[in-house]
Design a protein around this ligand. Structure first.
Ligand SMILES: [Zn+2]
Length: 448
């Protein structure tokens, strides 16, 4: 099956930063076979890309899909206050809520140009059903490339942790469930739609033993590792009090720095830690909107990329980022970097690279996705830039990153159309919205 997109501007995000003012992309089955300037002699069918900018589909490196059912709560809280208020609400997640929240979140991501997303799911209340399988099914239905992380919490309040004991799990049960998740769902194939990672939640909700044993299991099975790290000063204080060391030192001691690891946030790193991230190839999921919403601070993105660490972008859970759309994070990443470091701190093209190729590096897929090059998977976003919001902006990449979030005219994932003329084609948006509203009401019934 062949598709030709032509007549559009193209930002390939390849290693040379190749761009075309009026170019074409030829796709055969699920792969890109040619990208270039002008039109092509190849035969139809053609997709008219005029008025649009083509970029690689965006890659979201951090998310908690279930939180789509708890947006708009705890609006003025610090991270720890926010967590303590929301843990009891999240304890009510069940299969129906998970399904509705996952479909809502995945649809929003696709409609904002995101072709690949991860999800960090760590709340598994007893008797709630197979929540990981449910979100994987939602991603398969909507045809979004998916990296679910089997999360976990085993350090409850009674043992000095932050979460209530009711939503923690037994360590052996967690490790068994992690192994099962990999065996059932992980696909190592180069065109995989589903890849599993293991992801204990955070230093303040997981024991040292679980951190170490999870790393051992992941390496034995050949999957990646993910967790939250150095998000707030409170977390730093918690680690200093409980373990006597800083969060990154804690990770290092447990074998958690390496090129098979990517970590959410990493706001509070010192210079030595930034260098360590670069030397070990440890990835960072930068979540600028969530960090702003919770007043956590600004991650040292320019220093991390200069040190050689992969830095991708994440929307984080929609309970701390009600927008939950990755395209907005391009602009937000640029703005917070410049507030901190001045107008040279991050360019529009660097922001686009964070949201595409560097995100792919975080997920270990830089050879398969993240740029528009022959041989790569045909994950392509076509952004409409000839409308009232964008008409006349001199540079299409600036229009995408600095302008209002453009409509995604078309999103292809592995060559298959997921969004067409701004509408989801793999699911019914109205039904998804209705089910999400019902699930959110049920989830929030417990809020007094
Ligand atoms: Zn998170």
């Amino acid at each position: 099956m062949r598709t030709i997109i032509e007549g559009c501007a193209i930002a390939t995000v390849d290693p040379s930063g190749t761009e075309h003012q009026d170019g074409h992309i030829v796709i055969e089955d699920d792969r890109i076979v040619a990208v270039g300037e002008g039109s092509t002699d190849a035969q139809r069918p053609r997709l008219d890309g005029s008025g649009c900018l083509a970029t690689p589909g965006l890659v979201n490196c951090h998310h908690h899909l279930y939180q789509w059912a708890t947006r708009g709560l705890s609006q003025q809280s610090t991270l720890f206050e926010w967590l303590q208020e929301l843990y009891p609400v999240w304890a009510h997640v069940d299969g129906e809520i998970e399904r509705a929240a996952a479909r809502g979140g995945l649809a929003a991501l696709a409609r904002s140009g995101c072709s690949t997303t991860t999800d960090h799911h760590y709340v598994f209340p007893r008797g709630a059903g197979d929540l990981l399988a449910i979100e994987i099914e939602a991603a398969r239905d909507l045809h979004v490339r998916f990296h679910p992380c089997r999360g976990s919490m085993d350090l409850g309040k009674s043992d000095g942790g932050l979460p209530p004991d009711e939503i923690t799990e037994d360590r052996d049960a967690i490790l068994t469930a992690c192994a099962e998740a990999i065996d059932r769902f992980h696909d190592p194939a180069p065109n995989a739609m589903t890849r599993v990672a293991l992801a204990p939640c955070s230093p303040f909700s997981v024991t040292k033993e679980l951190m170490a044993e999870t790393a051992e299991l992941a390496r034995q099975k050949g999957v990646r590792l993910h967790t939250h790290m150095a998000e707030t000063h409170d977390e730093e204080q918690f680690c200093l009090e409980l373990f006597g060391i800083r969060p990154v030192e804690y990770l290092e001691q447990l074998g958690w720095l390496g090129d098979d690891v990517w970590l959410a946030h990493c706001v509070h790193l010192d210079e030595r830690e930034v260098t360590q991230f670069g030397e070990t190839g440890t990835g960072v999921a930068h979540c600028p909107s969530s960090n702003a919403r919770l007043g956590a601070g600004v991650a040292p993105v320019a220093a991390l990329t200069a040190a050689g660490a992969p830095v991708g972008l994440g929307v984080d859970g929609p309970a701390s980022n009600e927008a939950g759309e990755l395209a907005g994070e391009l602009r937000q990443a640029l703005f917070v970097a410049r507030i901190k470091g001045g107008p040279q701190a991050l360019t529009a093209r660097e922001a686009l690279a964070l949201g595409t190729i560097h995100g792919a590096r975080c997920l270990g897929r830089q050879d398969e996705i993240g740029s528009l090059e022959p041989g790569k998977l045909a994950d392509v976003a076509l952004w409409r830039l000839d409308d009232l919001d964008h008409a006349g902006i001199a540079d299409p990449v600036a229009a995408l990153v600095l302008g209002p979030r453009p409509q995604v005219d078309t999103l292809l994932v592995g060559g298959r159309t997921v969004v067409e003329h701004g509408r989801l084609t793999t699911g019914d948006e109205e039904t998804i919205a209705r089910e999400l509203a019902r699930a959110s009401r049920r989830m929030q019934e417990v809020v007094v």
